[in-house]
Design a protein around this ligand. Structure first.
Ligand code: PEP
Length: 247
């Protein structure tokens, strides 16, 4: 089964009403590869406006979701609230949340379980720090993150994995095609060994970390790279070129 190419745009904590309106207009008027699934993720305050104004062929993702259904959790948003606003996706386990907001593997896995069980698909992020890469423990680190996820979920059909080496995020230091392909292949092998051949074959594995319109085509040729999670470049018109990387 061919995996549909997937490009996610993570706006992080960037944008204003006017700049996000411009991004939405740009995407609505762009010629996007019909064979690529596109999902954009604005800050939560803009989720509903973006969902209402963006072409319905493009998905919208929250950048976080809490694992409790409702109640006294100041500052959090529930899965049901996302669904009530027609938001079908969430990015979970982004390294900025794992490091700056101190989210553990357990917290990320729990959020992913609650989201996917309620029908919200998840771009689930993993990846190693520079120290871990230099210590040669990349595959070990990613495998540990995957093992935590596996212990919480059984349905992988709503998961898209994003491999994002922390040292490549927002730094301009993109992983080489062979560095990225090596880890993507290892993730697929991990899924085959620990989940099933079917899940390994069907799960999209995205690369994230300083992807831009210049480096995307070569990365997109790799057999185990099924798309991208894009930060900085998703705020620019060049995001369209990344969506069209396979053309
Ligand atoms: C990200 O935030 O997921 C990301 C990959 O950022 P950037 O593309 O800016 O490196």
């Amino acid at each position: 089964m061919a995996r549909t190419f997937f490009v996610g745009g993570n706006f992080k904590m960037n944008g204003s009403n006017s700049s996000i309106k411009e991004i939405v207009n740009n995407l609505n008027n762009a010629s996007l590869d019909p064979n690529t699934e596109v999902v954009v993720s604005p800050p939560s305050i803009f989720l509903q406006t973006v969902r209402e104004s963006l072409n319905k062929k493009i998905g919208v993702a929250a950048q976080n979701v809490f694992y409790k259904p409702n109640g006294a959790y100041t500052g959090e948003i529930s899965v049901e609230q996302l669904k009530d606003s027609n938001i079908d996706w969430a990015i979970l386990g982004h390294s900025e949340r794992r490091t700056i907001l101190e989210e553990s593997d357990e917290t990320v896995s729990l959020k992913t379980k609650v989201a996917t069980e309620a029908g919200v698909s998840v771009i689930w992020c993993c990846g190693e720090s520079l120290e871990e890469r230099e210590a040669g423990t990349t595959i070990e680190v990613v495998s540990k993150q995957l093992a935590s996820l596996k212990s919480h979920i059984s349905d992988w059909s709503r998961i898209v994995v994003a491999y994002e080496p922390i040292w490549a995020i927002g730094t301009g230091k993109v992983a080489t095609t062979s560095q990225a392909q090596e880890v993507h292949k290892a993730i697929r092998e991990w899924l085959a060994k620990n989940v099933s051949d079917k899940v390994a074959e069907e799960t999209r594995i995205l690369y994230g970390g300083s992807v831009n319109e210049k480096n995307c085509s070569e990365l997109a040729q790799q057999p185990d790279i099924d798309g991208f999670l894009v930060g900085g470049a998703s705020l620019k018109p060049a995001f369209v070129d990344i969506v069209n990387a396979k053309q």
